[in-house]
Design a binder for this molecule. Sequence first.
Ligand code: 5GP
Length: 172
Amino acid sequence: MSDIFVIVGPSGVGKGTVLRELLEREPRCWLSVSATTRPPRPGEADGADYFFVTPEGFDDLVRQGGMLEWALVHGANRYGTPKEPVLRALDEGRVPILEVDLDGARQIRRSLPEAEQIFMAPPSWQELERRLAERGTDRRELAAVGEFDAVVVNDSVSRATDELLHIMGLAG
Ligand code: 5GP
């Protein structure tokens, strides 16, 4: 069993819904709150959905070595995983889950090779493409599926959650 789990998947695949159910069912799991330079969307709270920071604040965190990984996502804004809260969660015996993009996952594969990397896939890529305005990043992620330790198909939220808990060694 690995101590840290990384989750990647195309937008629209339902990562957020599955992770919410996972956190409800398994209090030992802890979801990392990322820092981002993008502005909050209506209803998003600082410190809960993201840490909303200025570009200068983001630069400072990176310079101080405070990010486990960071990436420019969709060519627009920077997103990163603050290191300190992850270390604290590990110290408290919790199981950190990092939801990042493909670039972030690749960085973590180099810096924390023991972290288990999970790809969340849609039941049908065709259907996902129909639902989404098609984005280059999603294709890039699809092409990278083979880099991951496990693939979980989100055909049903409760089934995908069961499978994740099983992979994490937290089932039953
Ligand atoms: P959104 O702006 O829609 O909340 O997120 C856009 C993208 O940013 C998502 O695909 C998500 O995977 C990625 N993302 C969110 N947090 C992080 C992070 O901490 N690091 C990296 N590399 N990507 C992130």
